[in-house]
Design a protein around this ligand. Sequence first.
Ligand SMILES: [Zn+2]
Length: 381
Amino acid sequence: MEHSLEISLHQNFKEAQLAGRYLPIEVLESLVINLPSVFEVRELGKSVEGRNIYTVKVGSGKTKILVWSQMHGNESTTTKAVFDFFNFLANAEEAKEILDHTTFLVIPYLNPDGIKAYTRENANVIDLNRDARDLSQPESILFKQVYEGFQPEYAFNLHDQRTIYGTKNYNKTSSLSFLAPAYNSDREINKNREEAMQIIALMNQKLSKYIPEQIGRYDDGFNLNCVGDTLQSLNIPTILFEAGHFPEDYDREETRKLIFMALYHSVKGIMGETQYNFSIEDYYLIPEIEKSFVDVVLRNLAIGNKIVDVAVLYQEKLVGNRIEFLPFIEKIETNISLFGHREIDFTHKKIENAVADFKVGNLLNSVKTETEIFSLKLTNY
Ligand SMILES: [Zn+2]
């Protein structure tokens, strides 16, 4: 990536205690508790297993923005970016104007039990992003209290997406994707949804120069049990941010930077009202995302008496305080049309693995030929 103001801002304010995919809940909690006094930290309530959930308020401006991250416990990238953004707000000269204009209420992590266990769901195995209407979980009830009490003008819903998504027709990895969620089942566009689309179009314009054709538009199927759809239906312009895969960045440190930049540009845009320079059409010009990638594709493998392609997806497994990426066979076919973030061609190579290694659902750590061993394991993550 080339250098620019927002990249140097991120370098200057990146939170050094957070890195990689697994963020220990103790580290996150200590960062929250020790935020400088410009931040008003409140204990909002407790998770199913009794862990604290916090809100962090900062700024004194009239524009109220609600931000929440890691309602899915295994989606940590945006949480790293939120703490980077806190450092920026606390220390950057440029942030003063933003804090005069804006009041942020941030839930840095809504699902501490899921963070501890590195699971999408909470401790009761409920997806909190399918519980906005049922309100069956304490975390969902707390979240509702927050948005009802704060009455935000804008809502930012922060997530990670899997490595399987690419941008339609461009066939690039979707490193970031966005959605202005629908507010009704006809997916109509009202004033607040239009404004969410305009802010997304603004972010797309600012960030496309760094990741051309790698910004995608998420599917807008309507589900009132999703919190974004619920907030949009309450006439709050709501934006879903999805941190995706950047080439060779399974730690998602590049994507962390991109999310920081997206937060920076969305907030600056709202402050300067420059989102109104963008249209609904600009939003729809962003390519849709589609499931077009897997982590690895092994091409033209001679197995038994057939030539096949093998698609491999990593399963993320928490081991101690780090995530291991285990290569599992997803699909075996002739000519797999999916793209691999890594592709290895075995044309004219004699495979020395047992034929039985190649079954869908098998763990496949390496492929051996007469002369080489191709390890599929990721190292240094
Ligand atoms: Zn998510």
